[in-house]
Design a protein around this ligand. Structure first.
Ligand SMILES: [Zn+2]
Length: 108
């Protein structure tokens, strides 16, 4: 689990018209750190190099912020639920719509 495998390619053998063909499959770094910005990564679902589409979703951290504020200020507890900065950033492949990564608001 080190950064040394960034950009490495993995050989994959496929059979095409009864002949073995060696394909170079780009290997996704195992410990990629997603942020709230779009990333250029290889989608492991469709094997395309894609720029992720970031979708903000309600996460555990956002709900916990609302619960912490609930006993103090009854109406203020909705503020974290309305703030985009408190949401989890989910990185989706624009081609196959698969989730390729996630940046959680509090919980990793
Ligand atoms: Zn994909």
């Amino acid at each position: 689990m080190s950064q040394s495998n960034v950009g490495q390619q993995q050989q994959k053998t496929v059979i095409c018209n009864n002949t073995e063909v060696q394909l170079m499959v780009p290997q996704q770094p195992q410990n990629i750190q997603f942020t709230r910005q779009p990333h250029i990564v290889y989608c492991t679902n469709c094997n395309n190099q894609i720029q992720t589409h970031v979708q903000l979703k309600v996460g555990k951290g956002q709900l916990m912020m609302a619960l912490i504020m609930l006993p103090k200020l009854l109406f203020a507890c909705v503020i974290p639920l309305l703030m985009d900065d408190c949401r989890d950033a989910v990185h989706l492949c624009p081609v196959c719509k698969a989730e390729v990564g996630r940046k959680n608001f509090i919980f990793e």
